[in-house]
Design a protein around this ligand. Structure first.
Ligand code: BG6
Length: 470
């Protein structure tokens, strides 16, 4: 294990900050999505409806009010001994319309204070530049990332960030879960796909623009401060074949290729050999500029950050079709060997070791676990305690599996648990799908005092970090 291995946790602006129009912020995609009880699935897969409809209550508008409570929250994370804290910058806080000629100073000042506060406690900020957070104005005006002009707007935004925070933030991530764009185009790329359009064409063109933007951002960062470490970010979790039936094995190979495609570009500098066949099969005609291949080749990332919640399962046998688990937007067959959460996530600690070995074998650059955790309904007892032993067990098993992977030879920069303070779920908009070590008094309808309470896992993680850094 590295001596400078980082233990900590992660959140994202759109799921924790709230203050959705404060100090000049513009709208973000999450700001027009209701929670699942009021139609979130419809809204996120058909954003054309969400753009028009009034759903009444929007969980992101206040979230957990991290915007006003970050000092109190960071103090709690520091008390646990966090060495790193991942969050994202809300693009629309800096450029409310995405294409504004100059940045919003009030937004910039907020992140200055936030990163200074992290540094005060010796916490390394790990910063995602775009976490499902392309300004909504760019959706309305340009249709999101399928328009090549977004590369320029993103780079303007990056330049402001690197110049302003380059000395405070060493670890950057260009796009959260870049492969998610193929599953939820509105989250990943701010796109609204029309009925008559080929979704694969739109999504892969947009992904290409993000890949070029990511490469150019890497180049830019290094020119501003060579110490900056740039990372890509994958929604990881290997696809297993359902059985040793060669057809199931092949199905898994193809599913994994769909996921690797993006990281192949970001980490190896070029599209993989199977990309052309994939584009042909999906009727995709990718528009590339002459210089794109060279840009991608020359500006690969320094590390591969990833989220891990579960492995996935692929196969073709007729008896298994239809038995699916909701793997958080990435559909997978139900694995009979694994337990499953009420939200449809299968639990597979060993799969983390498998996934890390596969990723490291393939890319040979440091990995960084920047999301892992258990969404669960916690019970607040009358005495104010929250006994989340299930979360402790989940994390112990996953961290053990990660350590095994490191022992196998995988180079890993750190482990950041997801949603270290309860926050709004990206997939469902719920508050009561909780991931945190710190409970936030707020329910799915938005009621609650927002008071923070330490769960049992808070004390466990605090002891755990202490034992692991001694
Ligand atoms: C990841 C995202 O996919 O999973 C996070 O990067 C998200 O934004 C996390 O919150 C957990 O998913 P959910 O739907 O339970 O919030």
């Amino acid at each position: 294990m590295r001596k400078d291995f980082l233990w900590g946790g992660a959140m994202a602006a759109n799921q924790c900050e709230g203050a959705y129009l404060e100090d000049g912020k513009g709208l973000s995609p999450m700001d027009i999505l209701p929670s699942v009880q009021y139609g979130r699935k419809e809204a996120m897969y058909h954003p054309e409806i969400a753009l028009e409809k009034d759903y009444g209550y929007y969980p992101s508008h206040q979230s957990i009010d991290f915007y006003h409570r970050y000092k109190e929250d960071l103090a709690l994370l520091a008390e646990m001994g966090f060495q790193a804290f991942r969050t994202s910058i809300s693009w629309a806080r800096i450029f409310p319309n995405g294409d504004d000629p100059s940045p919003n100073e009030a937004g910039l000042a907020f992140y200055d204070h936030l990163f200074d506060e992290c540094r005060k406690y010796g916490m390394e900020p790990v910063v995602t530049i775009c976490h499902f957070d392309t300004p909504l104005a760019l959706t309305r005006k340009y249709g999101g990332w399928s328009d090549r002009r977004l590369i320029e707007f993103y780079l303007n935004y990056c330049e402001v960030l690197f110049k302003r925070y380059g000395d405070k933030v060493k670890y950057w991530i260009t796009f959260n879960e870049i492969n998610m764009i193929t599953h939820i185009p509105f989250f990943g790329g701010g796109m609204v796909i029309k009925d008559q359009e080929n979704p694969d064409q739109i999504v892969h063109q947009a992904a290409h623009h993000q890949l070029v933007a990511s490469a150019l951002a890497t180049k830019l960062a290094k020119s501003i401060n060579p110490e900056i470490q740039m990372g890509c970010m994958l929604a990881a979790g290997s696809f297993y074949p359902y059985s040793c039936n060669p057809k199931d094995v092949w199905a898994a190979v193809e599913k994994n290729q769909e996921v690797y495609l993006f990281i192949d570009v970001q980490a190896r500098g070029k599209y993989p050999s199977y990309a052309k066949k994939m584009w042909t099969e999906k009727n995709i005609e990718l528009q590339m500029e002459a210089e794109d291949e060279e840009i991608l080749r020359q500006n690969t990332v320094d590390y591969l950050a990833f989220s891990y919640y579960s492995t996935r399962l692929a196969g073709v046998s007729p008896e298994i079709s239809g038995r699916v688990a909701d793997g958080n937007a990435i559909t997978t067959l139900r694995n009979p060997h694994l337990g499953i959460t009420p939200w449809g996530r299968q639990i597979d600690p060993l799969g983390l070791r498998t996934t890390m070995n596969e990723l490291y074998d393939r890319y040979q650059i440091p990995l960084f676990v920047v999301e892992n955790g258990l969404g669960a309904e916690d019970v607040l007892e009358e005495d104010g305690s929250i006994a989340d032993d299930y979360r402790i067990e989940y994390m112990e098993q996953h961290i053990e599996a990660m350590k095994e992977a490191i022992n196998d030879g995988v180079d890993c920069l750190g482990y950041l648990s997801w949603g270290c303070i309860d926050l709004v779920s990206a997939g469902t908009g719920e508050m009561e799908k909780r991931y945190g070590f710190i409970y936030v008094d707020k329910d799915n309808e938005g009621n609650g005092t927002l008071e923070r309470k330490k769960k049992k896992s808070f004390h466990w993680y605090k002891d755990f970090i202490k034992r692991n850094i001694e």
